[in-house]
Design a protein around this ligand. Structure first.
Ligand SMILES: *Cc1c(COP(=O)(O)O)cnc(C)c1O
Length: 459
């Protein structure tokens, strides 16, 4: 790579001249210039000036085994030399997606044994949406095609992903969503629980919203419910423990399929391979991507439960859907090596028994008490910090979202990458973090909170 021949300024100018970025205000970007990350190692990323930043977001929720893993580069190199590409259409296959499918069936919940590949989480959700509707057609119930989702859900950014998702700002630019998808309330107790309502009761009430939506349409018109086990991009919203079992009970009662979007929670983040196992529920589809390759290659896997798979095989009708890169041999080789490393290093057990509990305790003991913090919460190695003006009343700073951006900017300036979404700071670090890394993160976040508080007082 020859980027070293360019100065930071030059790279920023070229970036501004030619590169349109995702979810970016390009006027602002041109004024500020992009932050250019040039290399990374272990839990750290480095910019072109050599500044070291602790990556509290694992890239974008994906680099679970951390940066600088030669083994993944070697797996890709070997596969590219042997067979860089062949398709899985027309009754063809290649070895790495075959072996990855076997591995995924082993680690997925027992009743989940089939895999459909794409290159991104959005594509996998497009597949999932089409697959559940196709399923009901094959079952002779074509009118059972409504999908229930949730406000603030994030299911990707293609037309299908945006339609399934519940982000208003995205829907506004969609010019017409995929029909027959409705959005119900999210299980977000911090803002939505009634005064005096327990977490448990709130969880049941949020689940009841799913039942109400089923009854409103009529159960014979509803194909499926889709949800992230823990809403990620929407602000690491962890539902009360009463929520998911009740949602599953309701889905079963009305014969509505259950679709879990585990693009963030998959591959160890909550302390099990999948959050379905953490929550003890049995979804009909599980969307996965991101950490499947730890982000080293673009790859998604829609895990399909036996109920849907059996109908597909029995009825034999062609599912008219697929991608050129479905089951890409190089991406699958990298995924196999990534899963091997997660297992070999015991990263999931570590999250469940050591770093997850330590992370929760550190957030409670070292962050929750800060004047700017309304609540901290975490599950496994994903966490959230609510930024408030007043702890007791939960009043926020205005304009909405501005305080969290102030915290974020101070954090990055002090070597800590974390994200602000609305008034919530979110964390989703690599699973290689140790107790020491967690301590380092808390030091830097505390510092950022102090500095942000001083700024916000001045305003
Ligand atoms: C990131 C994400 C997606 C979309 O994945 P892409 O690879 O960006 O298309 C879908 N669902 C969830 C829950 C996500 O976090």
């Amino acid at each position: 790579m020859t980027y070293q021949n360019y100065s930071l300024k030059q790279l920023q100018q070229i970036d501004a001249a030619h590169h349109l970025h995702p979810f970016t205000d390009h006027k602002e970007l041109r004024e500020a210039g992009s932050r250019i990350i040039t290399h990374a190692n272990g839990p750290f990323i480095y910019d072109s000036e050599g500044t070291e930043i602790l990556d509290g977001m694992a890239g974008l929720w994906c680099v679970n085994i951390g940066y600088g893993r030669d083994e993944l580069a070697e797996a890709a190199y070997a596969q590219m030399k042997e067979l860089p590409y062949y398709n899985s259409f027309f009754k063809c296959s290649t070895p790495t997606p075959v072996l990855l499918s076997k591995k995924l069936a082993e680690i997925a919940p027992k009743h989940v044994n089939q895999v459909f590949y794409g290159s991104s989480g959005s594509e996998a959700n497009d597949t999932a949406l089409r697959l559940v509707r196709h399923y009901w057609v094959l079952e002779g119930k074509p009118e059972k095609n409504r999908i229930i989702s949730r406000k603030m859900a994030y299911h990707g950014s293609t037309v299908a992903g945006t339609s399934l998702g519940g982000m208003d700002a995205m829907h506004k630019q969609l010019g017409g969503a995929v029909p027959n998808i409705v959005h119900v309330m999210m299980p977000y107790a911090y803002e939505l629980a009634l005064p005096g309502e327990s977490d448990h009761d709130f969880g049941l009430r949020a689940a009841k919203a799913v039942e109400d939506a089923i009854l409103e349409a009529g159960a014979d018109k509803v194909a499926a419910f889709i949800g992230e086990p823990v809403m990620g991009a929407g602000g690491v919203k962890i539902p009360p423990v009463s929520y998911w079992p009740e949602v599953q009970r309701i889905c079963r009662k009305y014969d509505v399929l259950l679709m879990l979007d585990e693009v963030i929670t998959g591959y160890g983040r909550t302390g099990e391979w999948f959050a379905a196992q953490t929550l003890g529920i049995e979804p009909d589809t599980i969307t996965t991507a991101k950490a499947l390759t730890s982000g080293y290659q673009p790859l998604s896997a829609l895990l399909v439960g036996d109920r849907i798979a059996a109908t597909l095989v029995e009825k034999g009708a062609e599912f008219n859907h697929g991608y050129t890169y479905s089951g890409h041999p190089v991406a699958c080789a990298v995924a196999l090596k990534n899963l091997e490393i997660i297992e070999r290093e015991g990263l999931i057990d570590r999250v469940r028994n050591d770093t997850g509990p330590y992370f929760a305790k550190a957030l409670q003991e070292r962050i929750a008490g800060h004047d700017l913090v309304g609540e901290v919460r975490s599950i496994g190695l994903m966490g959230a910090i609510e930024i408030v003006k007043d702890k007791a009343t939960k009043e926020r700073f205005l304009p909405s979202g501005s305080a969290a951006l102030t915290v974020r900017d101070h954090a990055i300036a002090h070597g800590m990458m974390l994200r602000a979404t609305g008034d919530t700071m979110i964390l989703s670090p690599p699973l290689i973090w140790t107790r020491d890394t967690i301590d380092m993160a808390c030091d830097r976040i505390s510092k950022a909170l102090d500095l942000a508080q001083a700024d916000l007082r001045k305003r």
